[in-house]
Design a protein around this ligand. Structure first.
Ligand code: AMP
Length: 432
């Protein structure tokens, strides 16, 4: 059998990883600027956490979750999204009791059994943030500004921000009834899924991508015309504050998110670059979720964004390039004894933070020099039988071409000096 990645999953090879790291660094820097702390939750959770929070009648819970039973007979599910686990953790650790305002972010893999296509995978990655505590519209807008700021920092322009309000438990049930009656009148002209949604989750019909359903719902009543006074006020404030921050948005009365827990503000960030799967990310308020999962009533708002889609757009626009694969120094080792001496020397240099590579393949001098050039090494060290017999080595400055012979036991200090290594003694420098 030839082993391959499972359908809908993909490897991220070293070239590509450097792009991912660049994006992750921007995400982390921006999260720090807005004072969001990182949280890491397990990859799997009790199935019920997701079925209760995301909603039984959603695509995710209905058909996309990777659910399995472990040896103890527990039903477990690989996280299809990040909000429910964060809320579970917030409740479990009583984070709300420690601070009235808790702001968290994550970068993590997610799993959904969807039909793979461009920008849609079965294992994908999201970064996301959640702010628990504040009910104020300013918190919604802070999250939106942070999301848009990350994209801006990465050089993406021309994104559109779609905005809607999906109401709350006061006004949504009434609206749902109005919408259901409207849809029932058109029942036989809707697709099979939408006929079912009409009963279970009528708001999702507005989200159907099929042309026949879009046509039938063109004049459907919209939530934004049925908001209660408080939701209406909140929505106006969100819009005012977005305008104050000069963040343009498009109102989209049909925007309903695929997860049931949203209340009031719902938004999506769309890229024209992506084709059918055009949403880079989405979020909104979920004021009832903490309580629904057994915690104290706590308003909250969050956002989640797909990493693969973001990287697709960045690569298309050549905005984030892979970091070149380079080292500071390459050791050309000729013969078995030279390899032993080289290994020791390299270990000392690497402990001082110098990025060093060598060749344990016993290749020719020419092949090893080629490898040094490919890695753009600033210096090479050459150790051959002749040098070894004198307990010496040659250090070559690759850009200037000059070389110097030195004693093996002085080499570490001399090389570090020549390379101007600022690394503290005995410790590799962080990062590189
Ligand atoms: P959601 O959690 O469904 O609101 O999705 C938020 C974002 O995650 C989307 O806008 C996408 O960018 C990304 N996303 C969701 N599902 C997938 C998937 N199957 N493959 C790749 N990215 C996804």
């Amino acid at each position: 059998m030839k082993y391959q990645t499972v359908k809908g999953t993909h490897d991220i090879l070293p070239d590509e990883v450097s792009r991912w790291r660049t994006v992750e660094e921007v995400v982390r820097r921006m999260m720090a600027a807005y004072h969001y702390g990182e949280i890491r939750t397990p990859v799997f959770e009790h199935t019920e956490l997701f079925s209760r929070s995301i909603g039984q009648d959603t695509d995710i819970v209905g058909k996309e979750m990777y659910t399995f039973e472990d040896a103890g007979g527990r039903s477990l599910t690989l996280s299809p999204e990040g909000t429910a686990p964060v809320v579970r953790s917030y409740i479990e650790h009583g984070l709300g009791a420690k601070s009235p305002q808790v702001k968290l972010f994550y970068i993590a893999p997610m799993f959904r059994q969807e039909n793979p296509q461009k920008g849609r995978f079965r294992q994908f990655h999201q970064f996301g943030m959640e702010a628990l505590g504040p009910a104020d519209a300013a918190q919604d807008v802070e999250i939106i500004a942070l999301a848009m700021g990350i994209y801006r920092r990465l050089g993406l322009a021309g994104l559109s921000l779609r905005l809607n309000s999906v109401g709350c438990r006061v006004c949504r049930p009434g609206y749902r009834d109005v919408l259901r009656s409207f849809l029932e009148e058109r029942g036989d002209r809707l697709c099979h899924d939408c006929r079912q949604r009409t009963q279970n989750n009528p708001l999702r019909v507005l989200d159907c991508k099929r042309e026949e359903c879009r046509e039938q719902t063109r004049d459907a009543p919209l939530m934004s015309d049925h908001l209660c006074d408080e939701c209406d006020r909140h929505f106006s404030r969100v819009r005012e504050l977005l305008e104050q921050l000069e963040l343009p948005y498009d109102l989209d009365g049909r925007l309903v998110r695929g997860l049931d827990y949203y209340t009031r503000t719902a938004f999506e960030v769309i890229s024209g670059q992506l084709g059918a799967q055009d949403a880079l990310g989405g979020g909104g308020r979920y004021d009832d979720l903490v309580e629904m999962l057994g915690g104290p009533s706590t308003p909250a708002v969050g956002f989640a964004a797909g990493m693969e889609r973001l990287l697709l757009v960045l690569a298309q626009k050549d905005l984030v390039r892979p970091e070149p694969d380079t080292v500071d120094l390459f050791a050309v080792l000729l013969g078995a004894r030279a390899r032993d001496a080289g290994l020791k020397l390299l270990e000392q240099l690497r402990r001082r933070g110098i990025r060093a590579e060598t060749d344990f393949l016993d290749r020719s001098m020419k092949a090893q020099m080629r490898a040094a050039n490919r890695l753009a090494a600033s210096y090479t060290v050459i150790i051959g039988e002749q040098e070894l017999s004198k307990e010496r080595l040659i250090l070559k400055n690759m850009s200037e071409g000059q070389q110097e012979e030195m004693d093996l036991d002085e080499a570490v200090e001399k090389i570090c000096r020549a390379m101007g290594s600022a690394a503290p003694k005995g410790e590799p420098s962080a990062g590189k």
